[in-house]
Design a protein around this ligand. Structure first.
Ligand code: ZN
Length: 320
């Protein structure tokens, strides 16, 4: 067996695997141990589906990436399972959004006993203050913080996510640094292309027509980056049903501003959108994907597909 192969194998073994190998007396015959070591693949756990996809783009073949909150599921109200704690305990690396998005994560990570490094994808992004939804708090009586966590709705922010994840992977697995750098470069180029594509779609709509009503305030970053106005029913979180008063408020806004389209997200009760459309006379657009991917067969199985789908659905509804 050539030396270079041996060197690679040793680098790939994590400290824990190394100790196991030593105690099992495998070190003297490290070749067979290496040959069957898919230990070469990192176990990376991301908190939700969009972040898992972005992480996969950068990790490529070097990692198995798991998402705790799955497709079409809502991280705002997620309840962790015993399996999640086990998954975290076995992780080599954890990726979270941060900015208070995954309220369930800090306690879950602690109780799992995981010692894995944590990458906070939003570190260093240009954050956005939460919009005060009509100056009320939807009756929860508690505050989720001042910053809007839905940063992935900005392509520029996801370029920062990409660099943070790239650095985290390299720190954990420096032997494959060149692979992570190359994957991250490729992905950043795709993100640049995505941004231009969305800009082109939206620039075709006159700016005074770019008003949309949605059921939860997840599109602040998209609005800032691409110049669309969103008015929402629920405010930032999806906790709790929107009240009759919330819906009445949005109907008033939609009528006042002559909103041209009403959307509901993939995680929401479709009846809300139907009611809004009926009462405002605005067009009911297709589903927008805010906080979760669709499944593989759906229209948004990846982050890039999600952003393209949303941009097309929005511009489709806004043009006449
Ligand atoms: Zn959300």
């Amino acid at each position: 067996m050539p030396t270079s192969r041996l060197k690679n194998c040793n680098v790939i073994l994590s400290k824990r695997a190394f100790i196991l190998a030593a105690s099992a007396g495998l070190l003297t015959m490290s070749m067979p141990a290496c040959a069957q070591a898919p230990a070469g693949k990192l176990k990376v756990v991301a908190s939700f589906s969009i972040l898992a996809d972005i992480t996969r783009q950068i990790a490529g073949e070097r990692a198995d990436v798991t998402s705790l909150v799955g497709a079409n599921s809502d991280a705002h109200v997620y309840r962790a399972t015993p399996q999640d704690a086990k998954t975290l305990k076995e992780a080599d690396l954890i990726v979270v959004n941060g900015l208070g998005f995954e309220g369930f994560m800090p306690r879950l990570i602690k109780s799992s006993g995981s010692k894995a490094p944590i990458i906070t994808a939003t570190t260093g992004i240009k954050t956005l203050e939460k919009k005060k939804a009509g100056g009320h708090d939807h009756g929860h009586g508690h505050d989720h913080g001042k910053v809007d966590p839905h940063a992935w709705q900005s392509v520029e922010a996801v370029k920062v996510f990409t660099s943070n994840i790239e650095k985290g992977l390299i720190a954990r697995d420096s032997a494959n640094a060149a692979v992570y750098r190359a994957n991250a470069d490729t992905y950043r180029a795709k993100l640049d292309g995505l941004k231009v594509e969305i800009e082109n779609l939206i620039s075709a709509i006159p700016s005074e027509k770019r008003i949309i009503v949605t059921n939860h305030d997840a599109f602040g970053y998209f609005a800032r980056e691409f110049g669309i106005r969103f008015e929402s029913v629920q405010g930032i979180s999806t906790e709790g049903e929107p009240s009759a008063k919330d819906i009445a408020r949005v109907i008033t806004i939609a009528k006042d501003k002559k909103a041209r389209a009403v959307f509901v997200e993939n995680m929401a009760d479709p009846r809300i959108g139907a009611q809004l459309a009926k009462e405002t006379g605005a067009k009911l657009g297709g589903a927008l994907f805010s906080d979760a991917l669709s499944d593989e067969k759906g229209p948004a199985p990846s982050y890039i597909a999600l952003m393209k789908h949303n941009a097309r659905a929005l511009t489709e509804a806004l043009k006449d």
